[in-house]
Design a protein around this ligand. Structure first.
Ligand code: EPU
Length: 414
């Protein structure tokens, strides 16, 4: 079992290049399974979840070559309508996308229930309601079974779910006629998936707004596509720069995706300089408390709430965090209490009273972004922090210890 050992208290500086977006790469790989020909996808992060998606597609009959340089070549011609292996499906949330592609391709899907980080209940009722609107019958049992005589475009009403929006785009791309999805998620990765499908010949308009209109097509042609930079990795480095009183240039990112994070960091006293494709974050003085309320894009992303709230444990004053998306996304703060953080969690709220110092301790990451938060904590703390549960971090951060070392952190994997 891997652990990360961090000797904290260093000011990090230098430059970091952001990897491709995990949460765009996963559905883009799945979308390639709808194509009739070979697709080449570049800038995929070489992280565990992406590797699992490759394995899942392979188990379903696709030829997938995935290399550590971030390129996947996917030949979906051999895909069959098989039940994807339960052990792989249970490993991540993004396996929900198999429903959309199987339904789109075969009008039928039988899938085990998806897994994912344990951050509270994560129902998929919106996905299923959407599939039903396109003509599928859903039977819930040990496996989820979806069947449609044919998929027919319809009006679908969602509540800004990223996964449901993407899943409906996938299925509706191969449905007959026009589907209009109302109440769509507007996250950058939703737009990325739509762009990829459009490159293959799909007709998807409005991604990035509340309403997406999809005219179904019968065939999708071969395409090459480059995944957008990871918004959450970018934000994690921004927070790390501020938290360590550092000066980091974050290269290969999209600053406009980060506006709400930049604003919040400025409120805490950090300086954020925006370039065309880079951000520079530096901080000299003490950090000041601020309130965070997680919201769907373009609001403050829930995936950055954990690293940000970790940073705020040493900000002067009281910060109030409101987590509106997930029920249980404060476990990192419970761990950080043992490092000296003064935190009170009440349901969806966390009250953080800034302390002068955190102390290195052995802590456990219980989900991906909790892992990122504990890295922030370990970098700020006096002494040595040992983080277990690194498998969660490896699901979404590529070569994390190499990147940290390159900006001056004292970190090693044991
Ligand atoms: N929800 C429902 N019913 C549904 C779908 C969602 O009630 O049918 C609820 C969820 O329970 C949750 C909220 O709606 O409370 C948002 O869920 P959403 O569907 O937007 O999330 P997701 O698609 O399951 C993706 C990311 C998450 C990220 C969220 C929100 C992937 C693989 N996962 O999850 O990423 O937190 O969007 O932005 O794209 C992570 O990377 O650490 C991570 C958890």
């Amino acid at each position: 079992m891997n652990k990360l050992v961090i000797n904290g208290g260093r000011r990090l500086s230098g430059s970091i290049s952001v990897s491709g977006a995990k949460n765009a790469g996963l559905p883009v790989m799945a979308a390639a399974a709808l194509c009739d020909d070979i697709c080449i996808i570049d800038n995929l992060p070489y992280v565990k979840d992406i590797i699992i998606m490759g394995e899942l597609l392979r188990c379903m009959g696709a030829e997938v070559s995935l290399s550590p340089n971030g390129r996947a070549v996917i030949n979906p011609r051999g895909i069959k309508n098989v039940i994807p292996p339960e052990d792989l499906v249970a490993k991540m949330r993004a396996s929900t996308y198999l429903m959309g592609i199987l339904l789109g391709r075969f009008h039928e899907a039988c899938v085990p229930p998806p897994g994912g980080c344990s951050i509270g209940a994560r129902p998929i009722d919106q996905h299923l309601r959407g599939f039903e609107a396109l003509g599928a019958t859903v039977t819930e049992g040990e496996f989820l079974t979806l069947k449609a005589q044919k998929l027919v475009g319809n009006d679908v009403y969602l509540e800004a779910s990223v996964g449901a929006t993407i899943n409906l785009i996938l299925a509706a791309t191969k449905a007959e006629g026009v589907t209009v999805i109302h109440g769509c998620a507007k996250e950058p990765h939703v737009v990325d998936v739509a762009n990829f499908l459009n490159n293959m010949g799909a007709s998807i308009r409005g991604a990035g707004t509340d309403t997406i209109r999809i005219r179904g097509v019968q065939h999708l042609r071969s395409a090459s596509y480059t995944i957008i930079p990871d918004q959450i990795e970018t934000g994690t480095w921004m927070i790390i720069a501020a938290a360590t009183k550092g000066d980091i240039v974050i290269e290969n990112c999209i600053p406009t995706h980060m506006e709400v994070v930049s604003d919040k960091l400025r409120k805490t006293g950090a300086e954020v300089i925006e370039g065309d494709d880079f951000l520079r974050v530096r901080c000299d003085g003490p950090l000041t408390a601020t309130n965070i309320r997680t919201m769907v894009y373009p609001g403050f992303p829930t995936d950055l709430q954990q690293p940000m709230s970790a940073m705020l444990t040493v900000a002067r004053g009281r910060s109030v965090i409101t987590e509106t998306i997930y029920e249980q996304r404060y476990r990192h703060l419970e761990e950080m209490r043992r490092m000296g953080a003064k935190v009170q969690v009440e349901d969806r709220l966390a009250f953080i009273d800034g302390v002068d110092k955190l102390y290195g301790r052995s802590v456990e990451a219980t989900d991906l972004r909790a892992g990122a938060a504990l890295i922030v904590a370990g970098l700020m703390a006096e002494g040595t922090t040992t983080i277990s549960g690194v498998k969660y971090i490896d699901r979404g951060y590529e070569r994390i210890e190499d990147k940290l070392t390159s900006v001056g952190a004292d970190v090693r994997r044991i």
